[in-house]
Design a protein around this ligand. Structure first.
Ligand code: NDP
Ligand code: MG
Length: 402
């Protein structure tokens, strides 16, 4: 008998949510949409409820009663839960097999960590959870025998290029094992790769979120424009693959065809290629270790022009260096960097600061907010306490500039 995987899509109304649900809709024999969550786009969530008929749904606490009424009026019998607790409830539900962690930012951390502690299969898009709580997350995965599969296209590519034994056992991934010499994260360089710093300074929100190759949510699109996204991904990779930051290189590859590479000690570079479409890594993780049709456009190798590789300009994309600096300093610093960046990106999207101010604010926050290293027994409360301090102080930095 073929078993169906029961899936909870946290962040169902977002861009990763869209790609995930497109695959689930095409593969009903393998997957059951058990639960969904949304935050602001509740009309869209209602439409998804009508289409997928989940058993449970999570919305902001203030919206629970109204959303339950709307579901009732549509003749749907779906359990509605609210707020951060609702997300944790769904992530740890005994009926949930797989949690797609696709909420953006720090808001995704509690439910992702709860899923790890409940021993779930986690498909991780929410990179901020690892940037804030990498050690705690990985320990929880190991202790509770959860399975963590990266959806971020670069990390998914690296995962695919690693030996099967490493893929199978997180505790075996460590520096220089299995002949792994280095990881290479590819970056598109974003919309300002060919533009000057002065042009970047004048960028409008529309220009900043217009990514050349990928279609994504607003926050990650801005992160791609500043290359903070690659900085967050560097930290994400350190935790996922248990490597120090100096074993992970970043290379700009404007075509976004090679999604990342593993360099081995014998000189081999293994790469994963594909169209820039998140459905590929999502389908890989959903069906791992098998393969399913993702519905993405196959790569047309004959139509490809040259594949280019360029060294990143660390002056223009200072966020990349800040991420290395934070990773060297420790978890307290990566929490500060993540929080400062979330506040700065929101301020840019709201028109209060310039795109290039984001790196300045992140740098100032990293330098001004000096905290003692977090102890090895630190838990989510300690992490959220630092996150709160950093947000508060970054608000002040933004207010000074705005
Ligand atoms: P979107 O902005 O498109 O979607 C974010 C999702 O999170 C939405 O469902 C949104 O709900 C929900 N959400 C936002 N704030 C909260 C909150 N405070 N509490 C609960 N839910 C909330 O983002 P993406 O889909 O682009 O990105 C999601 C994550 O995946 C990010 O961490 C991103 O870095 C990562 N990622 C994304 C990629 C992509 O191609 N998009 C690629 C690789 C990683 P609503 O819309 O209803 O408000
Ligand atoms: Mg990525």
């Amino acid at each position: 008998m073929v078993m169906t995987q029961r899936i909870a899509v946290l962040g169902a109304t977002g861009s990763i949510g869209d790609s995930t649900l497109a695959i689930l809709a095409a593969q009903p024999q393998h997957y059951e949409v058990y639960a969904l969550s949304g935050y602001q786009h509740l009309d869209k969530l209602l439409a998804l409820c009508k289409q997928f008929l989940p058993k449970r749904v999570s919305v902001p606490t203030a919206a629970v009663d109204d959303f339950a009424q709307r579901l009732g009026a549509a003749g749907l019998d779906i359990d509605v839960v609210g707020g951060a607790e609702g997300l944790v409830d769904i992530a740890t539900d005994s009926q949930t097999d797989t949690v797609v962690a696709a909420i953006v930012g720090a808001a995704g951390l509690p439910s992702t960590l709860a899923a790890a502690r409940a021993g779930k299969r986690i498909l991780l898009a929410n990179k901020e959870a690892l940037v804030m709580a990498g050690k705690v997350m990985i320990n929880a995965v190991k202790t509770h025998h959860a399975t963590l599969l990266p959806l971020d296209s670069e990390h998914n590519a690296i995962f695919q290029c690693l030996p099967f034994s490493i893929q199978q056992d997180h505790s075996q991934i460590h520096e220089l094992s299995h002949g792994v010499r280095k990881l290479w994260l590819t970056a598109s360089g974003g919309p300002f790769l060919q533009k000057s710093f002065a042009q970047m300074q004048q960028a409008s929100v529309t220009e900043a979120v217009k990514h050349p190759n990928w279609s994504m949510g607003q926050k990650i699109s801005v992160d791609s424009a500043t290359m903070m996204n690659k900085g967050l991904e560097l930290i994400e990779a350190c935790h996922l693959f248990d490597l120090p930051e100096n074993k992970i290189n970043v290379v700009i590859h404007p075509q976004s065809i090679i999604h990342s590479m593993v360099e081995y000690s014998d000189g081999s570079f293994l790469a994963q290629l594909g169209s820039p479409d998140m459905k590929t890594p999502i389908a890989h993780a959903l069906s791992y270790p098998n393969r399913i049709d993702s519905g993405s456009q196959p790569l047309d190798l004959f139509a490809l022009s040259a594949l280019e590789f360029v060294e990143p300009d660390l002056q223009k994309f200072a966020c990349l260096s800040l991420a290395r600096q934070a990773m060297q300093a420790g978890t307290q610093a990566t929490i500060v960097l993540n929080a400062a960046n979330e506040i700065a990106v929101s301020a840019f999207l709201e028109g209060h600061i310039r795109l290039t101010d984001i790196a300045d604010i992140n740098e100032q926050a990293l330098n001004d907010i000096q905290l003692p290293p977090l102890s090895d027994t630190a838990d989510i409360e300690d992490i959220l306490a630092i996150d709160k301090i950093a947000r508060h102080l970054t608000d002040k930095l933004v207010a000074k500039l705005a």
